[in-house]
Design a protein around this ligand. Structure first.
Ligand SMILES: C[S@@+](CC[C@H](N)C(=O)[O-])C[C@H]1O[C@@H](n2cnc3c(N)ncnc32)[C@H](O)[C@@H]1O
Length: 249
């Protein structure tokens, strides 16, 4: 009889382990404060309706073959002027379409914080990062009010097709501001709301005027615009002095 307990244990261990050579997923920081009080989500903000969170089952759309042609993602990445050694946050990273390339661009001395509120998105991202052998990505589970970033250290917070989904935009903007380094920038890519030729539902688009009207009172100043993407605005904001407290005299 070939069957022996020891052989059985060996087979069980082999089945439970990842295949030889298969990369371990990059660990995800899931340590959200379960006791934190989160105000109810807003449905509207400053005259616009807030879009629903894109569900993780729609993630294949983010890595669709036509995305480069439609959105010119390579041009967007070039416009960011990423430098080696930078600390970047891909906020609302989804399944990591931009995260992986950002990690390559900042190099081994840089770091990409990949933040999302859906653990399923982060799991997809962490598997892909491991397959690519990238170890300079920190996947972080954020909450709808806090991306859980270190304060004063992030050179670029990137929100690509994300800001219009924030259910608590003012609280998120306050946390993003705190996370930026002295020369740090918040960059928003949003489908152009002014342009009827952009084939995206109006709820998922924003006008430049609307973006500015929301970010400027939160202490951000438009520092640069890049207008050569086919469908999106690409807006770079710096954080000036904190907004003055409301005068209630
Ligand atoms: C349309 S997807 C864009 C994903 C990615 N930026 C890309 O371009 O491939 C929007 C993502 O933002 C995430 N998201 C929405 N609100 C968020 C928040 N407050 N903090 C972090 N992620 C958020 C969603 O879970 C979703 O994965």
């Amino acid at each position: 009889m070939w069957f022996r307990p020891a052989a059985f244990v060996l087979v069980a261990v082999l089945l439970a382990c990842p295949a030889a050579g298969a990369a371990e997923p990059v660990p995800i920081d899931m340590e959200v404060d379960a006791d934190a009080i989160i105000p109810p989500p807003a449905t509207h903000h400053m005259g616009r309706e807030i879009a629903q969170t894109m569900h993780y089952t729609g993630a294949p759309w983010l890595v669709r073959e036509s995305r480069q042609r439609e959105e010119d993602c390579r041009l967007l990445l070039e416009a960011l002027e990423v430098k080696k050694g930078q600390r970047i946050c891909d906020l609302g990273c989804g399944n990591g379409f931009y995260t992986l390339e950002l990690a390559r661009r900042v190099g081994p001395d840089g770091l990409v914080y990949a933040v999302d509120i859906q653990p399923e998105m982060l799991r997809m991202l962490s598997r892909r990062a491991a397959e690519e052998g990238l170890d300079n990505i920190r996947p972080i589970l954020g909450t709808v009010v806090d991306p859980r970033l270190p304060k004063g250290q992030v050179d670029l917070v990137l929100c690509i097709d994300v800001y219009h989904e924030f259910s608590h935009p003012e609280l998120m903007l306050a946390r993003i501001r705190e996370s930026l380094s002295a020369e740090g920038r918040l960059v928003l890519a949003e489908f152009r709301g002014e342009d009827p030729a952009v084939p995206i539902k109006p709820l998922h688009k924003m006008t430049k005027a609307q973006v500015r009207a929301e970010l400027e009172p939160a202490g951000f100043r438009l520092a640069r615009e890049f207008d050569r993407l086919p469908w999106q605005h690409l807006l770079f904001f710096s954080a000036g002095a904190p907004p003055a407290p409301a005068d209630d005299r």
